[in-house]
Design a protein around this ligand. Structure first.
Ligand code: PLP
Length: 406
């Protein structure tokens, strides 16, 4: 293996835990990742040494909290190669970022007859917020997938029209593992003068993502999927577009001046961050970025690919194992069914082996319908996963077959 996962595991306290007297095989990082001691310590240190409400006063702790919060923003900007930290808005998660775009961009700019182009492989976070636009006569259109689980780019080219004002696409599918050619999709969107949004929830944790290279107008991602804490995420946006947008949440800290009946908004990025911010989240995310950068995103991506190849060889030998798509690159995400067994039963039996996988509709019900499935099981890999864990997964799936007499 190109990456020494065993060494990294030592940094994650949760792997000292036993479940059912077995070492934890956590194969659900596409849902949320585990956290290294470095992230936990950074948050602890913040509360023990620096806690105050940033941007509010000039005493030492307040100044430190402000510096720490804004340094975390700079770190994020550098991580995704944004032009400036003004383009980094801290949010709770990808869902919240998409809601900001739906309310503050789409509701303000789109009118009857306009179209939003999405894909059938989107997570609910990149479908549901856009649906409210239909009330004003905006049409949602969905590009299909090919038979191998890749996006049908020919269809995307055909479906985009002069009315398409927004193209919003996932960089990497949480079900298929498909990595979309977002650079090419962005080119198509911009040639059409559409705004181009990337859902980076699955890509940013697992591969190098460079917003200048992709030339996306917006990118959304979640800290908890990339070794950071829950409730901190990022909305990146090009500053010229963000400048023209109205804020989503209104109240304190996002203002320059308040009169009784009107308000002047604060500068970027604070215009979009109402109320006391999640400093501990930003601190944790910053420590997570340090950790990921030290390991190397390309190395992590390679490791996940190697594990995927190993897993497919191993699992394809098991009777009744049916991957959602066979033969295509899995990129660290293996979605499958066991013949004659519901995915929740699969996950339940695997738990006996301390193997944690996701089961259900994966927050992708339209994709599930397109695949003719109601529910699937998904094993997903990260930098701390090993081949031995995949062997345990295989052992558990054999037990599934025994229990359900396949
Ligand atoms: C592709 C994709 N988009 C969006 C999300 C939503 O992320 P969050 O729940 O952190 O908002 C997920 C989470 O699984 C995802 O996989």
């Amino acid at each position: 293996m190109s990456l020494n996962a065993e060494k990294f595991r030592e940094d994650f306290p949760i792997f000292k835990r036993k479940i059912n007297n077995r070492p934890l095989a956590f194969l659900d990082s596409a849902s949320t990742s585990q956290k290294p001691q470095q992230v936990i310590d950074a948050i602890k240190d913040y509360y023990e040494q620096h806690n105050a409400n940033p941007h509010r006063s000039i005493y030492t702790l307040c100044d430190e909290a402000t510096q720490i919060y804004e340094k975390a923003r700079e770190k994020v900007a550098k991580f995704i190669n944004a032009k400036s930290d003004k383009e980094i808005i801290f949010v709770r998660n990808t869902n919240e970022a998409m809601n900001i775009l739906a309310y503050s961009y789409a509701m303000e700019n789109l009118k009857e007859g306009d179209e939003i182009l999405l894909t059938i492989m989107e997570h609910h976070a990149n479908i549901v917020p856009w649906q409210m636009l239909q009330k004003r006569g905006v049409k949602l259109k969905f590009v299909d997938i090919n038979d191998d689980g890749t996006l049908n780019l020919n269809q995307l080219n055909e479906m985009i029209t002069k009315n398409t004002k927004i193209v919003s696409v996932t960089h990497k599918s949480n079900v298929l593992g498909t990595v979309n050619n977002v650079k090419e999709i962005g080119r198509i969107a911009h040639d059409n003068e559409s705004i181009f949004i990337v859902d980076g929830a699955q890509a940013v944790p697992n591969m190098p993502v460079d917003v200048k290279d992709l030339d996306c107008d917006f990118l959304a991602f979640s800290g908890h999927k990339m070794l950071g804490p829950m409730n901190i995420g990022v909305l990146y946006g090009k500053s010229d577009i963000l400048e023209k947008m109205e804020p989503f949440m209104r109240g304190s800290d996002m203002i320059k001046e308040v009169q009784l009946t009107e308000t002047v908004w604060n500068d970027l990025p604070w215009k979009f961050e109402a109320g006391t911010p999640n400093v501990e989240g930003a601190v944790g995310l910053s420590a997570a970025i340090d950790y990921l950068s030290k390991v190397g995103l390309s190395e992590i991506q390679k490791h996940e690919e190697e594990l995927s190849v190993y897993a497919m060889e191993k699992l394809n030998e098991i009777k009744g194992f049916k991957p959602v798509f066979n033969g295509t690159l899995k990129n660290g995400v293996i979605s499958f069914n066991m013949v004659g067994t519901h995915s929740h039963d699969v996950a339940y039996i695997l738990d006996e082996f301390a193997v944690a996988i996701r089961s259900g509709h994966m927050c992708c019900q339209p994709l599930m319908r397109r695949l003719g499935m109601q529910s699937i099981a998904r094993a997903s890999f990260y930098l701390y996963n090993t081949k031995e864990e995949i062997d345990t997964l295989a052992e558990g799936l054999e037990k599934v077959n025994q229990v359900f007499k396949v």
